[in-house]
Ligand binder design. Structure first.
Ligand code: ZN
Length: 113
């Protein structure tokens, strides 16, 4: 499952941070996910809980923020934001779009103790 490998990546990152920053526990993980990424927030939270068991991230709350789905429009040669694949460019109506960061996922910050 796609969400499982994402959750795994987040927990690995947290363990890595824990090794460098000496914290005992993570309370909140804030994630930013592009609106065009095929990520189910509920499934991700479920997988995260499972993967985090026994790690510093166990019991941490996952806060997911969606950022605009950024794509590059070849019609007007600029970066625009769409809500879902299949939508045209809001500026010129072109369907000639490619992903330009709208599928990214990254950890914004961690609340630790
Ligand atoms: Zn356009």
């Amino acid at each position: 499952m796609h969400e499982m490998s994402l959750a795994d990546g987040v927990v690995k990152l947290i363990e890595d941070q824990a090794a460098h920053n000496d914290f005992q526990r993570v309370l909140v993980v804030r994630l930013e996910i592009g609106q065009l990424a095929h990520v189910d927030a509920d499934a991700l939270a479920f997988c995260f809980e499972a993967v985090a068991k026994g790690s510093k991230a166990e019991g941490a709350r996952l806060v997911i923020e969606r950022k605009p789905g950024l794509v590059w429009c070849f019609g007007c040669s600029t970066q625009v934001a769409i809500k879902a694949w299949g939508e045209p460019c809001p500026t010129c109506g072109s369907f000639d779009l490619k992903d330009d960061g709208g599928q990214d996922m990254r950890v914004l910050d961690l609340e630790v103790e």
